[in-house]
Design a protein around this ligand. Structure first.
Ligand code: ATP
Length: 732
C-alpha cells in the first residue's frame, strides 16, 4: 500500500524506490487520487495548485506537489515553534509581574517601602530641601519643573532615566558649600617653602595674590598662569597653593583638547550627555571654592567641534564666570569663588583674549646648585619614601648625584632627574627583597657603579662646536624647554659668471666642517674683481619662522653695509651666493633675537675670521645697527652656564633683567651690554686678527663680571639639549 503524500513527507521521504512508487501511483488520472492530493494541499496558495493541475507531465506534476507539501509542512513546524516560545515568554513575564505585584503589596502592607518612583522623588525633594535658599532661584525653579516631570513619566521609560540623571547631577553639586580659607599668610608661606625649593619670586607673587584675596574676601582678579619649561614644578606649585590656602585641589589638562563640550558639557539631547570638566570638578570636590589647575593651556586645540579657548575664557574670566552655564545643566553656576591656575610652556600659543586676562608668572628653570639642593632636600627623600626603601639602606654619594645632574639629566627642570632617582631606588628595592631581612645591606651608589643603575649617560656629546670655525657664531635661544645655545652657520662663495644659483648652492657646504676648513675664499682673493652678472643670493635653512627669515635679510643687508665701511675692497657679501643655516633643522625657530648672531656669522665668513671662543650673543639688530631688547634673559643665562660659555653679549636694554638675577645664577659669567652692533663686532672679533672699526656709534659698553662664589663649581655642563629636536619646541 502506498503511503499518502503527507505521510511520505513526514517520513522525510527522499528514498528513490518510494519515489518511483509514488510516481507510478499518481501518474493515473484518477479523480479520487486527485482529490487526495487536493486535500493534502488545502493550505497551498491557489496559484501553486493551478500550476499542478495544469501540468501535463506526470513526473513534473508530482515534483510540484511534493514541493508544495514540503513548504506547507515547514511552515506548520515553524508556527508551532514560535507559538511555544511566545507562550513561554508570556508565562515568565506574567509570573514576574504577579510576583512583583505581590511583593509591592506585601511591602506596602508592612509599610516597608513606598512606591519606587515615589521614593526617588521623595529623596530628591529631601535633598533639595537640605540646600535651603542656597540654590539660586533659576536652578530651584528648574529642579521643581524636572521633579514634576519625573512624576508623570513611567519608571521603565528612557526619558525617566534621562530626567533622573539630570536631577542627580543638579542635586550632587555643592550649592553654597565652601571650605574655609587659611588666612594666616605666614602659615601659607611656610607651606610654600616646605613644598618647593627656591622660586622666591614665584612664591612672592603667589603670596601677594593671596594677600589681595584675603583683604578683598574673594579671589576676584586675574587668573594666575605659571609659564615655564617642563619639570620646573608648575603643577606641583599649583598643588602647593591649594595646600597653603587650605582648599581642595582639582587638576585637568586641556593639552590637545579639541572638543568644546569637554569644558562646557554636552546638550542634554545627546545620548550619554554629561556636564563639562568644571562641573565634574565641583561634584567630585564637593566645595564651590576649590583650586582648579588647568594644565597646558598653550596646547589647546581647535576644530569643527568648536573653539575650546572661548569656552575656557567664559569659565576663567572673573567678569563672566559668576553665572557660568554648562550646556548640560543649563542653569547659572557661580564659579567666582573658584581659584583657577593655568600652566603653559610658552605664552605665544595661548589665545590672545585668554592671555590678556592672565597674570603670567615665569619659572625659568634651575642651575646646577639648585638642582643639587632640590635633589637632596626633596627628590631623594620623596623617592625613597614612595618606594618603601629604608633610608639607612640607600646612600647616593655626592659625586654620583653630580654626575646624574651633569651627564644624565641635562634639562631646565628636574623631571628627568626625578625619574633617574626613582629608577635607582626601584633597583635598590628589588635587590633588598631578594635577600633575607637580616642579610640586607646598605646600597651605596657611587660614580663607579652608577652605570649599573641608570645605564650609559645620554649626553656624552659636547656642544656642537667647542671652537667655532669662521662663518659660525653662537647665539642664545629661548625654547619651550628652557634656554639653549643656537649656532648660526654661514657658508658662501662667489660663483663663476656662467654658474647658476642651483649649481652654486649645490656646491655649498651646508654644514661647516668642524676642523675649521671652509670654502670661503681668503680675504685677499675677495678683494679681486668679481663678475657681477651672477648677483648675490641667500638661502636660509633650519625651519625658520617668518620673523626670523626677515631678521636674516636684515642681517645680510646690515653686514654688507658694515663690511663696506670696514673693508671697502672686500665685496664678498655683495657677490657671493650665501647659505645661512641654523642646525637642528627639525626644531622650528622664530623671533628676531638672533639678529646680532646672524650678522656676526656673515661677517666672520666674509672676513674669514672666527668669532671669539666661548662667547654667546643675543639681540635684535636693525638696518642702522641698533641692538634691541629681547626676551628670556634668565633662561638664556642659565643655558650659557650649562653650556660652558663664559662671555655674553646682551642688549643694553636688557641690563636690568640680567642684574635682577641672583648672583649665583650668573656666577662665573662676564656680560657685556651694548646698544650698537659696532660694539658687538669689537667684542666678538677683538684679538682675532680681524680689522677693527675706527669708533663706535653706540654708547659705552657696560660690562658686568660676576665672580664665582666660594665653593661654587665653575661651569659644569657642556652640550646642547638633545630634547628639542624631537619635541619640536619652538626656538625664539
Ligand atoms: N623647586 C622645586 N622644589 C622641589 N621640588 C620641585 C621643584 N621644582 C620641581 N620639583 C619637582 O619636580 C617634579 C616635576 O614637577 P612638575 O610636574 O610640577 O613640573 P611641571 O612644571 O608641571 O612640568 P610639565 O610642564 O611637564 O607639566 C615634581 O615632583 C616637583 O615636586
Amino acid at each position: 500500500m502506498v503511503a499518502t503524500m503527507k505521510e511520505l513527507l513526514k517520513m522525510q521521504f527522499v528514498n528513490k524506490d518510494q519515489f518511483e512508487q509514488v510516481i507510478k501511483y499518481y501518474s493515473l488520472d484518477d479523480p479520487l487520487k486527485l482529490a487526495d492530493l487536493a486535500a493534502g494541499m488545502s493550505s497551498a496558495p491557489r496559484q501553486d495548485l493551478q500550476d499542478v493541475l495544469m501540468c501535463e507531465d506526470a513526473t513534473e506534476r508530482l515534483r510540484k506537489v511534493l514541493l508544495i507539501l514540503k513548504k506547507d509542512l515547514e511552515s506548520t513546524r515553524l508556527q508551532s515553534q514560535f507559538r511555544t516560545q511566545i507562550e513561554d515568554k508570556f508565562a515568565k513575564e506574567n509570573k514576574k509581574f504577579i510576583l512583583m505585584q505581590q511583593l509591592r503589596y506585601i511591602k506596602r502592607e508592612l509599610n516597608l517601602e513606598r512606591d519606587d518612583k515615589q521614593s526617588i522623588i521623595a529623596a530628591f525633594k529631601e535633598c533639595i530641601k537640605g540646600f535651603g535658599d542656597k540654590i539660586p532661584e533659576e536652578a530651584a525653579k528648574v529642579m521643581d519643573q524636572e521633579l514634576s516631570k519625573l512624576g508623570t513619566l513611567e519608571p521603565q521609560s528612557a526619558e525617566f532615566n534621562v530626567c533622573r540623571t539630570y536631577l542627580e547631577w543638579l542635586t550632587a553639586l555643592p550649592w553654597g558649600k565652601f571650605s574655609e580659607d587659611n588666612t594666616d599668610i605666614e602659615k601659607a608661606e611656610k607651606i610654600l617653602n616646605e613644598d618647593h625649593y627656591s622660586l622666591e619670586d614665584v612664591k612672592e607673587r603667589i603670596l601677594e595674590h593671596m594677600a589681595v584675596s584675603f583683604l578683598k574676601g574673594s579671589v576676584h582678579g586675574k587668573i594666575m598662569c605659571l609659564v615655564g619649561p617642563p619639570g620646573v614644578g608648575k603643577t606641583s606649585i599649583g598643588k602647593s597653593i591649594a595646600r597653603a590656602l587650605d582648599r581642595q585641589f582639582f587638576r585637568f589638562s586641556v593639552g590637545g583638547l579639541h572638543d568644546v563640550s569637554e569644558i562646557r558639557g554636552h546638550r542634554r539631547t545627546y545620548v550619554g550627555a554629561m556636564p563639562g570638566k568644571i562641573i565634574q570638578a565641583l561634584k567630585i570636590k564637593q566645595v564651590s571654592n576649590p583650586v582648579i589647575l588647568v594644565d597646558e593651556v598653550d596646547k589647546l586645540g581647535r576644530d569643527f567641534r568648536g573653539d575650546p579657548s572661548s569656552a575656557l575664557l567664559e569659565v576663567l574670566d572673573p567678569e563672566q564666570n559668576s553665572a557660568f552655564r554648562d550646556l548640560y545643566l543649563d542653569v547659572p553656576i557661580d564659579l567666582s569663588k573658584v581659584l583657577f591656575i593655568c600652566t603653559a610652556n610658552v605664552t605665544d600659543t595661548i589665545p590672545g583674549p585668554l592671555l590678556d586676562r592672565m597674570e603670567v608668572i615665569r619659572l625659568a628653570g634651575y642651575v646646577y646648585e639648585e638642582k643639587l639642593a632640590i635633589a637632596n632636600q626633596y627628590l631623594i627623600p620623596q623617592t625613597i619614601a614612595t618606594n618603601g626603601v629604608p633610608e639607612d639602606l640607600l646612600e647616593l654619594q655626592p659625586e654620583a648625584l653630580a654626575e646624574l645632574i651633569r651627564d644624565y639629566a641635562r634639562e631646565a627642570g628636574v623631571r628627568e632627574l626625578r625619574k633617574l632617582l626613582e629608577k635607582i631606588t626601584r633597583k635598590v628595592a628589588l635587590s633588598l627583597v631578594r635577600v633575607e631581612q637580616e642579610a640586607r645591606e646598605r646600597s651605596t651608589i657611587s660614580t663607579e657603579n652608577l652605570r649599573k643603575f641608570v645605564g650609559q649617560p645620554p649626553h656624552s656629546s659636547e656642544r656642537l662646536f667647542q671652537e667655532a670655525p669662521s662663518g659660525v657664531a653662537m647665539g642664545l635661544a629661548w625654547t619651550a624647554l628652557g634656554g639653549q645655545t643656537l649656532f648660526v652657520e654661514a657658508r658662501g662663495r662667489v660663483p663663476a659668471s656662467s654658474e647658476s644659483m642651483a649649481d652654486a648652492t649645490l656646491s655649498l657646504d651646508a654644514t661647516a666642517s668642524a676642523d675649521g676648513t671652509s670654502d670661503v675664499p681668503s680675504s685677499s682673493s675677495k678683494s679681486s674683481p668679481r663678475p657681477r652678472n651672477a648677483g648675490p643670493r641667500m638661502k636660509v635653512t633650519g625651519k625658520l619662522g617668518k620673523v626670523m627669515g626677515e631678521s636674516s635679510e636684515i642681517a645680510l643687508t646690515y653686514a654688507r653695509i658694515f663690511l663696506r665701511e670696514l673693508e671697502p675692497k672686500n665685496e664678498f657679501l655683495d657677490h657671493a651666493h650665501i647659505h645661512l643655516n641654523m642646525p637642528e633643522g627639525a626644531t622650528p625657530k622664530d623671533g628676531p633675537s638672533a639678529g646680532v648672531t646672524m650678522t656676526s656669522a656673515l661677517l666672520s665668513m666674509a672676513l674669514d675670521r672666527p668669532v671669539k671662543r666661548d662667547m654667546a650673543m643675543t639681540g635684535e639688530v636693525t638696518l642702522t645697527g641698533k641692538v634691541l631688547r629681547v626676551g628670556g634673559i634668565k633662561e638664556k643665562t642659565l643655558a650659557a652656564r650649562r653650556e660652558n660659555v663664559d662671555k655674553l653679549v646682551l642688549p643694553m636694554s636688557n641690563q636690568a633683567d640680567y642684574l635682577e638675577l641672583k648672583p649665583y645664577l650668573r656666577a662665573g659669567l662676564t656680560a657685556h651690554f651694548v646698544d650698537h652692533y659696532d660694539d658687538v663686532y669689537r667684542l666678538a672679533f677683538e684679538d682675532t686678527g680681524a680689522p677693527m672699526p675706527s669708533g663706535s656709534r653706540g654708547s659705552d659698553v657696560v660690562t658686568v663680571v660676576t665672580p664665582l662664589e666660594e665653593g661654587q663649581l665653575p661651569i659644569f655642563m657642556t652640550g646642547a639639549s638633545g630634547e628639542s629636536a624631537t619635541t619640536g619646541a619652538q626656538v625664539q
